[in-house]
Design a protein around this ligand. Structure first.
Ligand code: DHB
Length: 311
């Protein structure tokens, strides 16, 4: 049996790795991901300058998932440029940078820089951070997304992906798919957190996080049906040479199996990595293997996208 996946010549031994965000800010945290069975190391979304992020408490989890309003705490892009050769030499698996500049020119500058880092395998451009007061998620504006992708494509010499927000309306899927197909990135990641949710502590009659009046991005179980729908819809609408990476509520090998059935080439784990720790990757891969054995599949290609629809 093989679980390997290839996205524009970048080889992953299996389809399960960490999502951008949870515990991937510092080199120490990235080393933990490196030592785990995560099939790649995806680094925290970065900006030009280092940032401390929003005031705490800014992360909370309950039995169904999480809410976060971290506010992009990160070391600044140059640090991630320094970490990359260390991570690559130590762990010999794909290293992926996540880019979330505050404006087009920042994204261009950061992606130009990452294009010069030989050991870096891929770049995920974030179109969907919901936690910056006063800054809309660019992925909800097809024209602004078009302009941003066009600008960074010109300077990017690495495989490039887009981290998309969740969409809920077929017309919005179609508008965005048109833009994405025009620029043919190597992959899209569906989805970022469900933006601006609200979790309340009833006993305290209070919000559970401090920034933005308690509003934040929702992750975990809350997201899975929306994430699956986004993977499926983009699998239907995008050119077949654009890979789809699923993200949202994955915590078992059966979840991974479902995302691949819907059309995903690989998956990322965020909330559940924070909940369970680094063992989540190995466990999900083992459970996926078990499911494939039961179903007599010997590769992911045999069932990717083959979801049956009730006639
Ligand atoms: C943050 C949250 C996100 O969902 C994202 O895509 C980027 C950054 C944050 O709050 O740090």
């Amino acid at each position: 049996m093989t679980l390997s996946v290839e996205i524009n010549k970048v080889k992953f031994p299996h389809p399960v790795f960490n999502a951008a965000g949870p515990k991937d800010v510092t080199l120490d945290e990235l080393m933990v991901i490196g030592r785990s069975q995560s099939s790649a190391i995806l680094m925290k979304s970065c900006t030009l300058e280092p940032r401390d992020g929003n005031p705490e408490p800014r992360y909370y989890e309950d039995e169904f998932g999480s809410i976060n309003s971290m506010g992009l705490p990160n070391k600044g892009y140059q640090e991630y440029g320094k970490y990359t050769p260390i991570l690559k030499a130590t762990f010999k698996k794909p290293v992926i940078a996540s880019v979330s500049g505050m404006k087009i020119e920042d994204n261009v500058k950061i992606i130009k820089f990452f294009s010069t880092i030989q050991e870096l395998d891929m770049i995920e451009l974030n179109l969907s951070c919901p936690n910056l007061p006063g800054k809309p998620q660019i992925g909800y504006d097809a024209d602004a997304s078009d302009k941003l992708i066009r600008s960074v494509k010109d300077v990017c010499s690495k495989p490039l992906g887009l981290k998309l927000p969740p969409y809920f309306d077929f017309v919005h899927f179609e508008q965005m798919a048109k833009v994405i197909n025009k620029h043919t990135p190597d992959f899209v990641t569906c989805i970022n957190s469900l933006g601006n949710g609200l979790i309340i502590d009833a006993m305290k009659e209070e919000t559970v996080i401090k920034p933005k009046g308690g509003f934040g991005g929702i992750g975990g179980d809350y997201c899975k049906p929306t994430a699956l729908a986004n993977v499926r819809k983009f699998y239907e609408l995008l050119n077949k040479d654009i890979a789809i990476i699923g993200c949202g509520g994955i915590k078992s090998g059966i979840d991974v199996f479902e995302f691949i059935l819907a059309g995903a080439s690989a998956v990322q784990i965020g909330t559940h990595y924070l909940k369970e720790g680094p063992s989540v990757f190995e466990r999900c891969v083992k459970e996926l293997e078990h499911m494939m054995k039961k179903k007599k599949y010997s590769s992911l290609d045999e069932f990717r996208g083959t979801l049956k629809v009730i006639e």
